[in-house]
Design a protein around this ligand. Structure first.
Ligand SMILES: [Zn+2]
Ligand SMILES: [Zn+2]
Ligand SMILES: [Zn+2]
Length: 781
């Protein structure tokens, strides 16, 4: 390398740490005859490059051309610096303080190069299920401590063989410092275990691991054998990245029915894994945004409309027009899919409501009643992490479960958190959040905090995450609901606790995602959340800053008889809507609705509603979806929370502009949106024979119009402010679109990377708690 005629400092921000970025920069520098150094710093990567003008320009062009697959360049800046007499290019170890707080990257889907390796019979990693490189492989789920280094992963017990070590130490190699690198000679092994069933003759057989000791004996490849079992309709538990999946033939009604029965999962949709994009196109209707999500290195489950001609068992998602599809993200998936030759159901390995199994012992015990075989291996999963789930709303990606592949990547806050905070999340679809400085880390999906197993997993995950992201909270944020396990957990902590109103937290999570401090007009629509008055809110339009909120509008409350029972039996809500709309005396036409409900049940319920016995009032927009859906689809029960609401969304005619009247009661504060006229108009429509799809569309359009009416009135008082939308209802693409279209003159900000539902609420809790605790005096309120 010649004398440096020029110097350039290049700062790159984005996802550039833990994704093989610095070795890649090194290689590009060496290829272009550039000297200097590259290092991580708190905001990304900084390169000091020296060389002549031509090589520096070539170097910069190459940096833009093809960064590592998992890297995201958000910002690139180059400035001129004085030349230095350096003669080589080095990867500098950064000072610990300068390192990005999180040194553990998220888990990355197998890259194309590694897929080629495992499919190439001449490659030494041919059909090797643990193949990975700097661009791919497990990260977060195998880390046992921070910083991220092989010794602090579950790969520590595997001693690298000579060839692997040479690759690991060669900066020009794709496996340079790939912490989990391995090969068939030195790495983890698969084993297929037959689980004992009721048949007395069954025995536990092992392969793979046994093969290592039994030199000379030939065993069939465990993957081939597992594939064989699946093809024959059996259920195989497959150890993945963040836990076990239960796999079966997705084209077989019989296999899927067996899985549902054993897992005690009635109708909740099951995710499907297909080998490649073309196979995904064959089962689902995909837009470019869907394709990007499917192929993203995070590999979420992507919800899309199921093709009518999809060769999938209908029982995968009964009464659901969508299907959750994902592409393989481990070598094991690639090999299994290719051996089976058809789509696989890949659902989390657990009994309904329990956390996903992630250790071998746990899987062998807990999945014994469900799976016929367990395909496991000796690389431990240290942290369980469920699959992420994404969808497309308003043409843009939206995460509705942010977990594997995304965790522990941070959300950048525009206003730094000066006191580190732990936010404990809500009750259902729980995630927690740790925030410090400008970084907020949402933890992995925990699930519904409704049993001890889940609570234990939650507690462990939080305490471990504190260590991983190196944040020791000095402040705890939680929901206001006194009965949430997440609130109870907060109370066990010694740090000061701030209780945050549920819908305020939703709105602030949207503000945080969009870098807005407020004030905003925040729309928070969900099923339920504890209000400051102790009642159930969920149709809220707020004037909000990070520290304060004021309720501008809400929905007229619905009588819920028997509380949560009404959510499982939404016909109760339907009847309450009718009684309210017709002052207790629905016309004969309305009696013909809810045909599946007996006259006796109807009468009992009417008496309870009218006598206000066991009645609580709920304002959740989600409850309106439940009630309308149950009424016009005649659904007595919901197999899972939100099922009827989802159906009500899916039957809606996408093109209909029909809308119903509603009232806005302006004398109340907050003003109240009253949908009784809409109930009556919809009943009239039934009499007129209007198709149910049109009625469902009109319902969506009415919620949107009522929202716009409330926002417009609010803006007249508080001024033109940004409008953000949050809450579980905004997973409904049709509603989100309708609200956006109705809010003419108010650009609506929706979520993208942070889930709108309770899986994203912890972010808002953290920001609110910090703002309140630090006496953040924000404008306006
Ligand atoms: Zn790779
Ligand atoms: Zn090796
Ligand atoms: Zn909520």
């Amino acid at each position: 390398m010649g004398t440096a005629a020029e110097g350039r400092r290049i700062r790159i921000r984005g996802t550039v740490q833990g994704v093989g970025f610095r070795p890649w920069v090194y290689r590009v520098a060496v290829e272009n005859g550039v000297c200097g150094r590259v290092r991580n710093d708190s905001s990304g990567v900084t390169i000091d490059a020296f060389g002549d003008d031509a090589s520096l320009s070539a170097f910069e062009r190459a940096l833009h051309a093809a960064p590592p697959p998992a890297a995201r360049i958000a910002d690139y800046q180059a400035t001129t610096i004085p030349p230095e007499p350096v003669t080589s290019f080095v990867i500098e170890h950064s000072a610990p303080a300068a390192e990005c707080r999180v040194s553990i990257p998220p888990d990355l889907a197998t890259c194309d190069d590694c897929v080629r390796d495992i499919l190439d019979p001449t490659n030494r990693r041919y059909r090797y299920a643990f193949t990975n490189c700097t661009n791919c492989g497990p990260r977060f789920t195998i880390a046992t401590d921070a910083p991220y280094d092989r010794g602090a992963t579950t790969m520590a017990p595997f001693e690298m063989c000579g060839p692997c070590r040479r690759e690991y130490e060669d900066v020009r190699d794709r496996r340079f410092h790939a912490q989990p690198t391995a090969c068939p000679d030195c790495g983890p092994r698969l084993e297929l275990v037959r689980l004992p069933d009721d048949a007395p003759a069954s025995t536990v057989r092992t392969n793979g691991l046994g093969a290592r000791a039994a030199v000379g004996r030939r065993f069939r490849d465990p993957i081939e054998e597992a594939a064989d079992a699946i093809v024959h309709g059996l259920i195989v538990a497959v150890k993945g990245i963040g836990g076990f999946h239960l796999a079966c033939d997705a084209t077989s009604e019989e296999a899927v029915a067996r899985l549902r029965a054993r897992k005690h999962r009635d109708e909740k949709p099951l995710a499907v894994m297909v080998p490649a994009l073309a196979a995904a196109e064959a089962v689902a209707v995909l837009t470019p945004a869907h394709r990007d999500l499917l192929q993203a290195t995070e590999r979420p489950i992507v919800l899309a409309d199921r093709r009518v001609d999809a060769a999938l068992a209908v029982s995968i998602a009964p009464r659901n027009r969508q299907v959750g599809v994902m592409l393989p993200y481990t070598p094991l998936h690639h090999l299994l899919l290719s051996d089976v030759g058809r789509p696989l159901v890949m659902t989390s390995g657990n009994l309904s409501d329990e956390p996903i199994a992630f250790t071998n012992d746990d899987a062998l015990q807990r999945l014994a009643g469900i799976a016929d075989y367990v395909l496991l291996h000796d690389r431990d999963i240290h942290t369980r992490c469920d699959d992420s789930v994404a969808m497309v709303v308003a043409g843009a990606p939206l995460l509705i479960r942010r977990s594997r592949g995304y965790v522990p990547r941070s959300v950048t806050l525009t206003t730094p958190v000066t006191t580190p905070v732990l936010a404990t999340g809500a009750l259902l679809k729980n995630t927690f959040c740790l925030a410090s400085g400008t970084q907020a880390f949402l933890g992995p999906h925990i699930g519904d905090l409704e049993n001890l197993e889940t609570y234990e997993s939650y507690r462990t995950a939080m305490e471990r995450f504190e260590r991983f992201v190196d944040i020791r909270p000095a402040l705890i944020a939680c929901d206001m609901h006194p009965d949430y396990m997440s609130t109870m957990y907060a109370d066990t902590r010694t740090e000061p606790v701030v209780r945050v109103q549920h819908h305020h937290a939703h709105v602030v999570s949207a503000m945080a995602e969009h870098g807005i401090d407020g004030p905003v007009i925040g729309i928070a629509y969900d099923g339920t959340g504890y209000g400051t008055d102790g009642t159930s809110w969920g149709g809220e339009i707020l004037l909000a800053t990070t520290a304060h909120f004021e309720r501008l509008a809400t929905f007229r409350p619905i009588a819920l008889v028997g509380g949560d029972k009404a959510i499982r039996e939404p016909w109760r809500i339907a009847l309450a809507l009718l009684l309210d709309a017709y002052d207790g005396a629905p016309p004969a036409a309305a009696d013909r609705l809810l045909a599946s409900v007996s006259a006796a049940d109807r009468q009992t319920m009417t008496q309870l509603v009218q006598g206000r016995v066991q009645v609580s009032l709920a304002r959740g927009v989600g409850r309106y979806f439940d009630g309308f859906g149950a009424l016009f689809l005649d659904r007595r029960r919901a197999a899972y929370e939100g099922q009827v609401a989802l159906e009500w969304n899916q039957v809606a005619d996408r093109l209909s502009r029909r809308s119903y009247p509603f009232d806005v009661h302006e004398r109340t504060r907050p003003l109240e949106l009253d949908l009784r006229p809409a109930v009556r108009a919809a009943v009239d429509d039934v009499v007129k024979g209007v198709p149910v799809g049109t009625i469902a569309a009109a319902f969506h359009n009415t919620i949107a119009a009522a929202t716009a009416a409330a926002v417009t009135r609010a803006a007249a008082i508080v001024g033109p402010l940004p409008v953000v939308a949050s809450g579980g209802c905004f997973q409904n693409a049709l509603l989100a679109d309708a609200v956006r279209a109705s809010l003419t003159g108010f650009p609506l900000k929706l979520h993208a990377q942070v889930p709108p539902g309770d899986g994203g609420i912890a972010l808002g809790q953290a920001v609110v708690a910090h703002a309140i605790a630090s006496g953040h005096d924000d404008r306006g309120l």
